[in-house]
Structure formats: structure tokens, C-alpha cells
Ligand binder design. Structure first.
Ligand SMILES: Cc1cc2nc3c(=O)[nH]c(=O)nc-3n(C[C@H](O)[C@H](O)[C@H](O)COP(=O)(O)OP(=O)(O)OC[C@H]3O[C@@H](n4cnc5c(N)ncnc54)[C@H](O)[C@@H]3O)c2cc1C
Length: 440
């Protein structure tokens, strides 16, 4: 068929599909308390899962969110609850040694259970499902590497992945462009906006005070009649806190410059099609997996519970603006059709972007910065790892021993004095990843 007209309509205004399906609770209308035990800065999965534990243990907690609850990456992501970490296992072992990496990988597996347990305990209606994930190989060499990586993961972590040969790939994905796949049945999927909204409700129910539209404008250690504490000035007033948890992820700003400079904010974008027929949806993803490809500059995709194809990628290395969102939508649509020519005529109804939190060593980090606790750097694995590390850091704040495996690793500063977030540096990072995809 000769196509005479432009391809079907394309959403060009930013609209997050997940937020259309969720009700984000509103914050307090009362004034700030004078004092709290713990102030949490940021209300994504990290801050809320920490606040939940603290409040349940009877600690007075105030959560501060600059926008609406869950406004950052936590309501915008792909909803993939993934095992493993972003860095390949051999690279991690070479860097940290076997035993620490065993504990890190165990944390990644425990993080899926942690999400499941919270969803169950708090009865969060977010379509959590242990659907598994599928990694698809973009090159023959990538597929050939799967056998070795599955054997290593089985040996080191007693965790089994399944290799899918190209000849069997149609049972996993309705696309012929890949060289094979690797399945992890333990991973899960959920609706992230409903998940973070449910977490916010749970935190409120546990007794924390929660303030939205309450950006923390400054925070510093200061003298207090009862001994030194942190003084926070927010858009809604000021208060004292005995401890502070920085859970601001990729949106960490100049309020905490020491932490900000260690985080590279990377834009990631998602499109979602119109609702597809049940047959087409099943053809595209017969087992309803969370899917991503083997490139550095990767695509990730999945069906939504109402059978839209949600297709995301690191399509631009700038945090989102109107024009990066529009450009990204076009790039992603072309990418989606390359994977799934079946979607050539499907309308794209949603496009949105968000910012990912990468550390310079591509690892998660927890610890203390200027005395304040933090957890961030999830590099695209934050739904599960952010929930888990938020929960764990709450334990540390409560005085439990700190056995978090990401606490003891070095947290690098920008190389060569580069300041993170420098706009000119981000396209360079993008070009570098594209180069890696070309050569490896
Ligand atoms: C498009 C996209 C797709 C992704 N897909 C996946 C996926 O499928 N699976 C996965 O595991 N991970 C994914 N991620 C990553 C994941 O979403 C994040 O790692 C995770 O949500 C981080 O959670 P967080 O609570 O640490 O930070 P965030 O959710 O980003 O929350 C930080 C909050 O802090 C607030 N804040 C910042 N500064 C202040 C201040 N001074 N005062 C008050 N509030 C402040 C911000 O407004 C923000 O709401 C994706 C990310 C993006 C952007």
C-alpha cells in the first residue's frame, strides 16, 4: 500500500497516562508542626516508603513535596519492578568483589518482595503482578552473552534466568527483530501512579504529616535549645527536625548542593498508544512481560492493564521540556514501529517525560551527606530499589544496624570537576552511549 499522507495522529502535548488513572491525595491544610523527629524531603517511592515505616513505629514524621505527592519519577515511570541492577554483574564483581555483590543482588531480589508486601499490607490497588521481565538481544553477540550471564547469576546468586532462542521468541514477543531473549520470572509490573498514590495514603494513615506544594528551600544544622537540630525553611513555613532524609532523587536541587553534584539527571520519555484489541495486545506481548532491549540507549516497553502499548526510552539526554517531549515522542514512535510494525496505524495518545537519577558509577547509594540521610541513584531500577532502600534507611534512622550493601561503597563525585546537570555534558553522555551501542 502506498502511503500518501502523514502517519496517524500523534499526541504532542505532554500527558502522563498513569496519572489519568490515579487519584493523588492532597496534603495537610494545617500549619507545620514546630518540631518533628524526622523530616523527609521528597515524596516518591523512597521518601514515602521510609516515612511509612517511621510513622508506623511511632516516630513523628513530616513529608515535604515541592509539587504534588509522587510528582517526580515515581508517578512517571514504566512501572517495571525489576530484579538486578543497572550495571552488568561481571562489572560489579570486578569493582566490588564477590561477597558485596552477592549482598547487592540479594537486595535487588528482596526489593521485589518488599514492593509486593507493601502492596498487600496497604491494599494498594495498582495492578501489581509477577509477570516477569524479558530482555531482548539487539545483536547476535548480546544473545551469545546471555548464556554466560545466566550461568554466572545462577552460580553466584542462586537465581535462575531462562534463555529464549530466536526460534522460540514468538512465544514471548510479537517481533522478529531480536536475536533471542532472557526471562526473569521474578520481576513484576504495576501502575506506578496508583502505587505512589497508595503509598501516600498509607503514610497519612500511619500518622505522618504530609505537605504538598511545600518545597524545602533551605536546610541546615543549627542550634536549638534541646541540642543541635536541622532547621528547614519550606514554602509553607519552617520547622525543626532531629533527622532529615533526602529523598529527592533526580530532582535533587541546590538546597543540598553536595548531593546534587553527585547525581546526573537523565531525561527518559514514554509514549502510550490508544487501547489495542485483545488479540493484538496478546500478539505483541503474549505473556504480558516487562520488556527491555540489550542496548545502552535502550527501549523499554509493556502493555498497560487496559491494553495500550507503553513504549519508553532514553530518547534525549536533557531533562524534560516541551520540545524534548515532542521530539522524543516522534523518536519513540519510530522505535516502536521498528519493533512492532503491527502498530503502524495505532494512534499515540499519551507522551510524557521524567528524570532518572544516575550516579557517576551507575550504582544506588545510601548514607549521610552533611549529616542528613539519603538514598538515590537507582539508574532506572528505582521502583523496587527505591521502595526497598527507603524501607531500609528508615530502619537505620530508627537505630538498627546499617547492613545496606550500598552504604559502604564509594559515592563518586563528577570526574574532572564536571558539574552534574551541566546541559552541554548531557548530549555528550548521550553520544557516548550511542557509540557504545554501535561498537558493542
Ligand atoms: C520515564 C521514566 C521511566 C522509568 N521507568 C522505570 C521502571 O520501569 N522501573 C524502575 O524501576 N524505575 C524506573 N524509572 C526510575 C524510577 O522511577 C526512579 O528511580 C524512582 O521513582 C525514584 O524515586 P524517588 O522517590 O527516589 O524519587 P522521585 O520519585 O523522583 O521523587 C523525588 C521527589 O522529590 C521532590 N523534591 C525535590 N526537591 C525537593 C525539595 N527541595 N523540597 C521538596 N520536594 C522536593 C520532587 O518534586 C519529587 O517529587 C523510570 C524513571 C523515569 C523518569
Amino acid at each position: 500500500m502506498v502511503r500518501l499522507f502523514a502517519l496517524p495522529t500523534m499526541a504532542t502535548e505532554e500527558k502522563n497516562y498513569w496519572l489519568e488513572t490515579a487519584t493523588i491525595p492532597a496534603g495537610e491544610v494545617r500549619p507545620l508542626p514546630e518540631n518533628v523527629d524526622v523530616a523527609v524531603v521528597g515524596s516518591g517511592v523512597t521518601g514515602l516508603s521510609a516515612a511509612r515505616i517511621l510513622a508506623k513505629r511511632g516516630i513523628s514524621v513530616a513529608v515535604f513535596e515541592a509539587e504534588t505527592f509522587g510528582w517526580g519519577a515515581s508517578s512517571r515511570n514504566g512501572g517495571m519492578v525489576l530484579t538486578g541492577l543497572k550495571l552488568p554483574v561481571p562489572q560489579m564483581i570486578a569493582r566490588y568483589g564477590r561477597e558485596p555483590v552477592q549482598r547487592m543482588y540479594a537486595a535487588s531480589l528482596a526489593s521485589i518482595d518488599c514492593v509486593e508486601q507493601i502492596v498487600r499490607e496497604e491494599q494498594i490497588d495498582c495492578y501489581f503482578s509477577r509477570c516477569g521481565h524479558l530482555e531482548v538481544a539487539c545483536k547476535r553477540a548480546h544473545f551469545e552473552g546471555y548464556a554466560e550471564s545466566a550461568a554466572l547469576i545462577a552460580r553466584e546468586f542462586r537465581h535462575n534466568l531462562r534463555i529464549v532462542a530466536k526460534s522460540e521468541l514468538r512465544s514471548e514477543i510479537g517481533s522478529d527483530i531480536y536475536y533471542g531473549g532472557l526471562v526473569d520470572e521474578m520481576s513484576a509490573g504495576l501502575n506506578p501512579a496508583r502505587y505512589v498514590a497508595g503509598l501516600a495514603v498509607a503514610v497519612k494513615r500511619a500518622g505522618a504529616t504530609m505537605f504538598d506544594q511545600a518545597r524545602v528551600e533551605s536546610v541546615a544544622r543549627a542550634d536549638h535549645p534541646g541540642g543541635p537540630k536541622y532547621r528547614l525553611h519550606t514554602a509553607k513555613g519552617s520547622l525543626w527536625a532531629r533527622e532529615v532524609l533526602l529523598a529527592s532523587g533526580a530532582y535533587t536541587g541546590d538546597v543540598t548542593p553536595a548531593l546534587r553534584k553527585k547525581i546526573i539527571p537523565i531525561g527518559s520519555y514514554i509514549i502510550a498508544t490508544e487501547v489495542l484489541s485483545q488479540e493484538l495486545a496478546r500478539e505483541l506481548s503474549p505473556k504480558n512481560r516487562m520488556i527491555y532491549d540489550s542496548k545502552h540507549f535502550l527501549y523499554y516497553y509493556r502493555l498497560t492493564p487496559d491494553n495500550r502499548m507503553l513504549f519508553g526510552g532514553r530518547a534525549a539526554f536533557f531533562p524534560e521540556t516541551k520540545s524534548t517531549v515532542r521530539q522524543s515522542a516522534e523518536i519513540l514512535r519510530r522505535g516502536m514501529i521498528r519493533v512492532y510494525p503491527q502498530l503502524r496505524d495505532s494512534k499515540v495518545e499519551f507522551v510524557w517525560g521524567g528524570t532518572l537519577d544516575f550516579a557517576f558509577d551507575v550504582m544506588p547509594h545510601t548514607g549521610r551527606s552533611d549529616g542528613m540521610y539519603y538514598a538515590l541513584g537507582y539508574a532506572g531500577h528505582g521502583v523496587a530499589m527505591g521502595t526497598y532502600l527507603g524501607t531500609k534507611i528508615a530502619g537505620v534512622i530508627l537505630g538498627e544496624p546499617d547492613a545496606i550493601p550500598f552504604n559502604s561503597i564509594p559515592f563518586p563525585s563528577p570526574p574532572l570537576g564536571l558539574r552534574s546537570g551541566h546541559t552541554w555534558a548531557l548530549p555528550l553522555a548521550g553520544a557516548y552511549y550511542k557509540f557504545l551501542d554501535w561498537v558493542s
